[in-house]
Design a protein around this ligand. Sequence first.
Ligand code: APR
Length: 310
Amino acid sequence: MGYKPKVTVVGAGFVGATTAQRLVEKEIANVVLIDIVEGLAQGKALDMMESASIERFLTRITGTTHYADTRGSDVVVITAGLARKPGMSRDDLLLKNAEILSSVVLECIQYSPDTILLVVTNPLDVMTYLAWKKSGFPSERVLGMAGALDAARYAYFIAEELKCDPSDVEAMVLGGHGDAMVPVPGQTKVKGISLTDLLEIDKIEAIHQKTRDGGAEIVKYLKTGSAYYAPSSSVVQMVNAIVYDLGEVIPSCVYLKGEYGIKDVYCGVPARLGSKGVREVVEIPLTDQEITALRKSAEEVRQNCLRLGL
Ligand code: APR
């Protein structure tokens, strides 16, 4: 097999392991899976490799607890941290996960100074800002996964309502990852037709609420953990766009420098992704109400960053 990119996945829990599995099974990259718990990443990696003859992949996955093994990664996906428990908001996780994330970032950049950091740990927007600060990287090389997941959930609920193929739906969700997310129905298209031309406003509103509650609904079912199938798919979509320099526009948590009138904060907006990370932030037309909601959402992220002294 020819050259394949190297992707490190930090955290061999539900999101990390499923991400690693999708990356190797789709032959997108060779993966190093790393966790603080001795044996966890090694065991899962070996288990996945033992499926290679059946699943027919030539990519490799290695499990480790040593950061030296992550040397020269093209992308580092960070899922390390605590997952949300029922009744726990993403922000309850703030302090604990900030501590974990800071140590992980410093370890990773030591061995992969040119990498792209893709943050998954919640609360997402704040953790991404923290990763950027800790790394000292240009902001283009630090981004977070949230909008891709929110958009995938939005697409699914729309497809359920319209009884259509979910992959025919191009969904757009902006803002911070949480209750203040901003679905954009006018820029959400089903085979090129705006959602606003396909559904009544009350139906659209109901779908928005379902999308906002998407993560919490799964936590309620699982009781002891949070979602990981759709989150890992979303991470893989972003990694694929980055390592193969696709220039795909994906709603991503990126650093804003005045786009949408928002500055010095990480927030979800459409971004064109490529091998350097964020190629450009794409500014799409929004209604006054949407732009107000987006700025409010960004302001909430800023307040959480301040709580962390960032
Ligand atoms: N270094 C490396 N791994 C760590 C560290 C650390 N310092 N601290 C914790 N971990 C590992 C844990 O050992 C665990 O295996 O991170 C993994 C987290 O896995 P899960 O508890 O299964 O959580 P998961 O469902 O994968 O969610 C991870 O992604 O979507 C977000 O909100 C979610 O922040 C959470 C993260």
